[in-house]
Design a protein around this ligand. Structure first.
Ligand code: SAM
Ligand code: SF4
Ligand code: SF4
Length: 344
């Protein structure tokens, strides 16, 4: 076996987030708060065969976990075809997807049949009016239907992602945890991040892990560190309620985990980013469309990873007077900076 590909901080390239579209059927306040967006040109979007080929090359370099994301990945046509292509890559042991769940009901069975291992569904509120105000489109009932459909389709290990924001949904922490608990779904609470499209971000709106834990412990009479680790290497710190229910907290803002991060991101138009906060990426589409061989693409990926020194969230944490990462004008100059382009 060849030795693992490591960067300058000895972090191994092991997981890849693949964004399949920058389009979305919601406009969540923490991700897409603007009225108008600059979209990636359609002809630049990778065909599934092109994405599948790139994933195969990544797998040959040690990537074993892939997460399909977006924008809203379920807006992309023929997604089961991409799932099949990725699953056919030797070395991919875990293929997951992050979705807002809105149109999952009609697609869950086909995705499962194609080989998708599991889904993570974003669920920030259980209150329909709040959802409407926050996401500006869609119906919460459709998300609930999507959650049920994942189960009926036989998808196991479904997780719920909840970004906790002060003054928006910090009064629902226990309700959402209960929602997951009775359905046997692990909830992961995420700290609000100052990434990409979060132009309204303020440190005052971040509910830190310590505060989330306090609320949960007060309600349930305790929550200890869970003995089991996340079997998919996710950055969530895991806890256990007195009845054994496990949940996670991802403290990306107050306690970043850059030191062990082997994650990188491929945008729908084939630009590869070594960090969520990176300003520049490697244009792999250009290589693919110029007729590069798999070996040439692998060499470009390996060279970029070997010189990787990124620790974006840690650097942001050290910055005094921190505000949003970008203003709207900066995002319009380069839509690749958006979280909905880069994939969360
Ligand atoms: N549209 C899909 C969804 O919402 O699940 C997938 C893409 S979305 C960009 C991926 C994840 O990023 C979601 O779970 C979302 O909650 C999270 N996210 C987006 N903006 C965020 C922010 N400012 N802070 C923390 N998480 C964020
Ligand atoms: Fe919301 Fe996901 Fe769409 Fe962003 S990409 S607006 S988080 S549903
Ligand atoms: Fe990894 Fe960058 Fe996120 Fe740090 S900020 S955990 S290096 S993607």
């Amino acid at each position: 076996m060849t030795s693992p590909l490591t960067d300058l901080r000895d972090r191994t390239l092991d997981s890849l987030r693949v964004s399949v579209t920058d389009r979305c059927n919601l406009r969540c306040h923490y991700c897409m708060p603007e009225e108008e967006y600059v979209w990636l040109p359609r002809q630049s979007i990778l065909r599934h065969e092109e994405t599948g080929r790139l994933v195969k090359v990544f797998a040959s370099l040690g990537v074993s976990k892939v997460r399909i994301t977006g924008g809203e990945p379920l807006l992309r046509r023929d997604l089961p075809r991409l799932v099949e292509l990725i699953k056919a890559s030797r070395g991919i042991v875990d293929l997951a997807m992050t979705t807002n769940g809105l149109v999952l009901e009609s697609q869950a069975a086909a995705l499962k049949a194609a080989g998708l291992d599991r889904v993570t569904i974003s669920l920030d509120t259980l209150r329909p009016e709040r959802f409407r105000e926050f996401a500006r489109r869609g119906r919460l009932d459709d998300v609930f239907a999507g959650i049920d459909a994942a189960h009926h389709a036989g998808l196991r290990g479904t997780k719920l992602n909840t970004v906790v924001i002060r003054g928006f949904n910090d009064d629902e922490i226990v309700e959402i945890l209960e929602f997951g608990r009775v359905r046997g779904l692990e909830v992961r609470f995420i700290e609000y991040m100052d990434v990409g499209g979060a132009t309204q971000w303020s440190p005052d709106d971040v509910v830190p892990r310590s505060e989330m834990l306090e609320v949960i412990r007060r309600h349930y009479g305790g929550a200890d560190a869970a003995a089991s680790r996340d079997d998919h290497g996710a950055p969530a710190e895991r806890f256990q309620l007195p009845d054994g229910t496990e949940f996670g907290i991802i403290a990306s803002t107050t306690a970043p985990f850059c030191g062990t991060c082997g994650r990188s991101r491929l945008t729908a138009d084939g630009v590869w980013y070594l960090c969520l906060y990176a300003d520049r990426g490697t244009d792999l589409k250009e290589l693919v469309r110029a007729g590069a061989t798999d070996e040439e693409i692998a060499a470009a990926i390996a060279a970029a990873w070997r010189s990787r020194d990124d620790r974006g969230a840690e650097e942001r944490l050290a910055q005094p007077g921190r505000g949003p990462l970008f203003r709207v004008e900066g995002l319009r100059q380069d839509p690749h900076r958006e979280m909905h382009t880069r994939g969360g």
